[in-house]
Ligand binder design. Structure first.
Ligand code: PLP
Length: 452
């Protein structure tokens, strides 16, 4: 119902089911999809989206869902934030593309300035822009290899860094990301992550780091390591927050060993965890930092930012791409960053944590199937297990998530064992909407967990 003069009617910030889920129009689209779109690409929701605003997604049958996923930590400033939409419209009316490598423009430079200003550390920085998180990570590895003259890259259990050939090698989980897609890129070495819930009790961050260093030093040789690459809080791997001290120990080891410390903040960046970047929670200053997802409210954009001497070690023309730093995406990023600052979305993320944690703890008490509650800010998760054990219960996790979808709440799962329910609400989500979503989550657990 778009009126050409006034635009579409505003999306009401409410949960409202008008049909069964999926409704008739979604079912019709699903059958068209089955005949045209490869089954290799999956979707979490059974419904097709027509509109979205703030914390609400509306499907083609008029059902409104409360969004606890943000398109996987992308719409941090809310769906269709008016400031971002206006910036995108204005840039689209000026020019859509020149290719920065052909005809440069201010937006790219301005985004690089913001990245330099916002990322941890007050050293000289330089940035390059790309289209996706995976591309930013690949380029981080390229920079680290050129700058160090070394080739080995150290990554961690449960890591997720993307789906391209190099980033599949960096990613830990076989199904669905890697299965059958090899051979993978070489010189990638995996070491244990600090995973407090599943590590031996009491293992400190420093001890977990020492466990990794021992493997690196005996199996790779410190002098061969170009980079240590880590998500400060793991995303797809299940929102694993390493024990305090783990990240600083890795950064320190890199400094002593001449290796580049790369923080993959593609999912954790841009206010998601209650800070601009999750590295800040432990005062870690990465040498290189990758960004994407939350940077531009849904327009495709990614950044690689780091020490000037590393970033400028690459020969002229060595990095780039046809669309990297697209002007419309840059305009969206600049507007998103302004919204984050003006609305103090770091504080908003912390307020979401303050609302959600007590509710999740009560759920844990009541159901007995939540082994761990973890995360920071508006990046929170519960790990679902069989009662009285730490055995993953992926089936229950999936059932609860589907029940939420059927009742109008968008939830996502994650984790190496598929047993993590993760919550990534838009940071602008209203308190009432968030509370209502948590009520739906409670009911979904109650419907699937036998009362004890
Ligand atoms: C999503 C993600 C990526 C990959 O980003 P794409 O834009 O999907 O290529 C890389 N690293 C992390 C930590 C991610 O969460």
């Amino acid at each position: 119902m778009t009126d050409l003069l006034t635009g579409p009617e505003p999306v009401v910030q409410e949960r409202r089911l008008r049909t069964e889920v999926p409704g008739p129009r979604s079912r019709e689209l699903a059958s068209r999809r089955a005949a045209a779109v490869t089954g290799a690409v999956g979707s979490v929701l059974p419904v097709y989206v027509e509109r979205a605003a703030g914390g609400v997604v509306v499907d083609v049958d008029g059902n409104s869902f409360i969004d606890l996923g943000s398109g996987i930590a992308v719409t941090n400033v809310g769906h269709a934030a008016p400031e971002v939409v206006a910036a995108v419209q204005a840039q689209a009316a000026s020019f859509l593309h020149t290719c920065f490598m052909v005809g440069p423009y201010e937006g790219y430079v301005a985004v690089a300035e913001e990245l330099g200003r916002l990322t941890p550390g007050d050293h000289e920085k330089r940035s390059a822009l790309f289209n996706s998180g995976a591309e930013a990570v690949e380029n981080a590895v390229k920079v680290a290899r050129v700058a160090t003259g070394r080739s080995a890259v150290v990554v961690f259990d449960h890591a997720y860094h993307g789906r391209t050939n190099l980033t599949m090698a960096l990613t830990a989980k076989n199904m669905p990301y890697k299965n059958g897609f090899g051979p993978f890129a070489g010189e990638v070495y995996r070491v244990p992550m600090s995973y407090p819930y599943r590590d031996q009790p009491g293992l400190t961050g420093e001890q977990a780091a020492a466990r990794a260093f021992s493997l690196i030093e005996t199996q790779i040789g410190a002098h061969n390591v170009a980079a240590v690459l880590i998500e400060p809080i793991q995303g797809e791997g299940g929102f694993v927050v390493p024990a305090p001290g783990f990240l600083p120990a890795l950064a320190d080891w890199c400094r002593r060993s001449g290796a580049v410390f790369i923080a993959d903040e593609v999912q954790t960046g841009f206010c998601r965890t209650g800070a601009w970047f999750a590295s800040e929670h432990e005062g870690v200053v990465p040498d290189l930092i990758t960004t994407a997802k939350g940077i531009a409210a849904g327009m495709p954009l990614a950044g690689l930012t780091g020490r000037a001497e590393l970033m400028d070690a690459v020969h002229s023309g060595g990095l780039g791409g046809t669309y990297g730093g697209n002007p419309v995406s840059c305009a969206a990023a600049l507007a998103s960053i302004r919204v984050m600052q003006e609305q103090d979305l770091n504080a908003a993320a912390r307020a979401i944590e303050a609302t959600m944690l007590p509710r999740l703890r009560a759920l844990q008490e009541r159901t007995g199937v939540i082994g761990d509650i973890r995360g920071r800010g508006a990046m929170l998760a519960v790990e679902v297990v069989r009662p009285g054990t730490d055995e993953p219960d992926a089936a229950l996790t999936a059932a609860v998530s589907r029940a939420c979808h059927a009742e109008g709440v968008i939830t996502l799962t994650a984790g190496t064992f598929g047993n993590v329910l993760r919550f990534l609400p838009p940071l602008v989500i209203g308190q009432d909407l968030l509370t209502e979503a948590l009520d739906v989550l409670d009911a979904a657990f109650d419907a699937h967990v036998p009362v004890t």
